[in-house]
Ligand binder design. Structure first.
Ligand SMILES: [Fe+2]
Length: 366
């Protein structure tokens, strides 16, 4: 099964035309906008994932970012550990392999659910913590006054990478812009106001958090880079990885290997959008595993003398920590709404992390 590609160009053109208010469009445009946006909300609801093409996020932008991250992850461990900040709970800088723990490894309730799944759709079983590195880089402004202040730590920039800040900020901002467009479209598609989600994302603790997995060491078929889990944030976005391996689970329980075409971005639903829609969207389950297609890509990369580090350019977008998560608009009338009581987004994330005991790491694995 292929997830259809949604081209954001038309929506952006409509939204950018100042004479047209997407909240109150008329005639043909209203109809066109409705069709476009309902397609986005339907796919997010059924699959927990969306592949988009955003003219502002080009394949060249993604390449520039991945090239830099490959160069970084290829450095010796000694060098990378200079950017490690365990006393800051890895909220900035590098997280070495073996630190992030997949939920399916520690959550007994989830383990029981996995045993009950049909074998063909059952996720791979991780043997321990994820064998992948990660780099945390904050993107966008933070509130000056908040109950959930992140640790006051300077961003970490590795020596010998003069392009680091510009590359991280520019790719991070572009991916946030793509998320904002999708969040507006999803809101319209779900029958909410255009800014129902984006107004809650302002000053959210968005994080660009690329991962690096060493396929030279861990390139055997079946190796689990990120055990089966869902993300705690609102929506997660990635540029296309040079090595496939991401599996997602649709709402109907079916397991799908994701193929992201060149120049496209992949978006996945996190727990916060599930809360805001009272389960209209559910947090998408996913894993990253070395598959036959990954092995083919490794072989090709070796022949072409390219890097064998699998970089995923993950960005976690969040609802602002002080904003209250609760079912929005008509979702508040859903019979499922009581499963999603109001809770500040920051408190929700803290509670969820206490379940998975991540040794202080800010994000769940991806
Ligand atoms: Fe994830």
């Amino acid at each position: 099964m292929e997830i259809p590609v949604i081209d954001l160009s038309r929506y952006l053109a409509i939204a950018d035309t100042s004479s047209i208010d997407p909240d109150k469009p008329s005639g043909q445009i209203e109809e066109e906008l409705g069709v476009l946006c309902r397609e986005v909300s339907r796919i997010l609801s059924e699959t927990g994932a969306l592949v988009v093409k955003d003219p502002r996020c080009t394949a060249e932008d993604n390449d520039r970012f991945i090239d830099m991250m490959e160069k970084y992850f290829e450095k010796p461990a000694d060098f990378k550990l200079l950017q490690e900040r365990p006393h800051l709970h890895y909220q900035v800088g590098v997280t070495p392999e073996g630190v992030e723990v997949p939920r399916s490894f520690v959550d007994e309730e989830m383990q029981e659910k996995l045993k009950a799944m049909p074998e063909e759709f059952r996720p791979s079983t991780p043997k321990g913590p994820d064998p992948k590195w990660r780099y945390m880089w904050r993107v966008g402004p933070r509130p000056s006054n908040t109950r959930f202040k992140e640790l006051n730590s300077e961003p970490v920039i590795p020596e010998g990478f003069p392009e680091w800040k510009d590359t991280m900020d520019s790719w991070g901002c572009k991916m946030i812009a793509a998320i904002q467009a999708v969040a507006e479209m999803a809101a319209i598609g779900f029958g909410l106001s255009k800014d129902a989600f984006t107004s809650l994302m302002k000053q959210g603790p968005h994080l660009l958090a690329p991962t690096g997995s060493d396929l030279r060491r861990y390139g055997q078929e079946g190796t689990v880079f990120a055990g089966y889990h869902y993300d705690l944030n609102f929506l997660t976005i990635h540029g296309r990885s040079r090595f496939p391996g991401l599996n997602i689970w649709l709402r109907n329980g079916q397991k799908v290997e994701v193929k992201v075409p060149l120049g496209c971005l992949l978006i996945q639903t996190g727990k916060q959008i599930e809360w805001l829609t009272a389960g209209g969207c559910i947090a998408g389950m996913h894993e990253v595993v070395v598959t036959k297609r990954t092995i083919d890509a490794i072989r090709l990369a070796s022949e072409q003398n390219r890097s064998l580090w699998r970089v995923s350019s993950t960005l976690f977008s969040h609802i602002a920590s002080d904003a209250v998560l609760k079912p929005l608009g008509h979702f508040a009338e859903s019979p499922l709404a009581k499963k999603y009581p109001p809770i500040p987004a920051g408190e929700f994330v803290e509670q969820e992390l206490s379940v998975i005991n991540l040794k202080g790491n800010k994000e769940e694995s991806l």
